[in-house]
Design a protein around this ligand. Structure first.
Ligand code: TYM
Length: 332
């Protein structure tokens, strides 16, 4: 990668099975940049350990997520697809950036506040400095765009601030990245508590749809989704339940809100909820089936993640050694 093209970078945690929210807000947009951008996508296992993980489950989730990224259309030969812990430059730059990030900035991060509330018994330093590692992920590749869901906007803005501060002291070391957030699907809400974000760490499994859920499970979850009392398929801030289902339907089919409201006018939720379920089943079916096929050949997945780590390291090491030189570290 010699920066003849712009760079798209993003990452996702293997902290469990991924949801429809992850898919609509982030993953499915990643392959679309492959023709115009140099793409670098990463399974961020080092971020995942900021909350306790079972080692066997983490290994499985990292491998499955790697396969899922290929199943969504990322070509691991053309793009760079890798596992974060395989490229030590991430942790190394993360350390350096810790020294250029303020305590106050990290204290204002919404994800930190939420996660320290939901894991009150384990508010560790990694949870706090999580965004500086994320900044390292992004800045190592001289990234121009970061395709993410709405909840990551604040982290990308902080990354930009850190990069600007560093460049201000040492000259042009880092490209300033920008978050790219989709128009539909950027914030998929819980099916049982539609004022909260859909999240894989929620306790109630009816609140989220997983990319690997069977069609039956998906249909059941949508039929049970919380809606509102007036049974009218219309988007409104007073009706978070049906508004979320309309957004999901639009994101799955590409239709506009007006088209959907018109088609389901007078039809009630009894018709609408299964229709949303069916649209999501069809959206996720190819990804699930392709992931299952890829997971049958672990040897090939291992070959591909090693290839990814090699390609990623070559780029990341260049930025890291530039940073070390600027900082005044003796050459290795
Ligand atoms: P993570 O693993 O929580 O989520 C991965 C991506 O999914 C998006 N997302 C959603 N989008 C819409 N609706 C939802 N309910 C929903 N839930 C999650 C997230 O916005 C994200 O884009 N910190 C990141 C991982 C990361 C990263 C990076 C991202 C580490 N390094 C560098 C970009 C660049 C995270 O926790 O994502």
């Amino acid at each position: 990668m010699n920066k003849t093209r712009k760079v798209s970078f993003s990452g996702i945690q293997p902290s469990g099975n991924i949801t429809l929210g992850n898919y609509m807000g982030a993953l499915r947009n990643w392959p679309s940049y492959q023709d115009e951008y140099d793409c670098v996508y990463c399974v961020v296992d080092e971020h995942a350990i900021t909350v306790r993980q079972d080692p066997t489950a983490l290994r499985h989730h990292a491998m499955e997520l790697f396969a899922q990224l290929i199943a969504t259309g990322i070509d691991p030969e053309k793009s760079i697809l890798f596992i974060q812990s395989h490229v030590p430059a991430h942790a190394e730059l993360g350390w350096a950036l810790n020294c250029y990030t303020m305590f106050g900035e990290l204290s204002r991060m919404i994800q930190f506040k939420e996660k320290s509330a939901s894991h009150a018994d384990n508010v560790n330093a990694g949870l706090f400095t999580y965004p500086t590692l994320m900044a390292a992920d992004i800045l190592l590749y001289q990234t121009d765009i970061v395709p993410v869901g709405e909840d990551q906007r604040q982290h990308v803005e902080l990354t930009r601030d850190i990069a600007q501060r560093f460049n201000g002291i040492y000259g042009d070391v880092f490209t300033l990245p920008e978050a790219v957030i989709p128009k539909v699907g950027a914030r998929v809400m819980s099916l049982t508590e539609p004022t909260k974000k859909m999240s894989k760490s929620a306790e109630n499994e009816n609140s989220y749809v997983l990319v690997m859920d069977s069609p039956d499970a998906i249909m059941r979850k949508f039929k049970r989704a919380v809606t509102d009392s007036d049974a009218c398929v219309r988007k409104s801030p007073e009706k978070p339940g049906v508004s979320n289902l309309i957004d999901i339907y639009c994101a799955a089919t590409g239709e506009s809100v007006e088209e959907v409201e018109r088609r389901f006018e007078g039809k009630g939720y009894g018709n609408f909820k299964p229709a949303v379920g069916e649209a999501v089943v069809e959206l996720l079916r190819p990804v699930r089936e392709e992931t299952e096929r890829l997971m049958a050949d672990k040897g090939e997945l291992e070959r591909l993640y090693r290839l990814g780590a090699q390609k990623a390291s070559a780029v990341a090491e260049r930025t890291l050694s530039k940073v070390h030189k600027k900082l005044g570290f003796l050459p290795r």
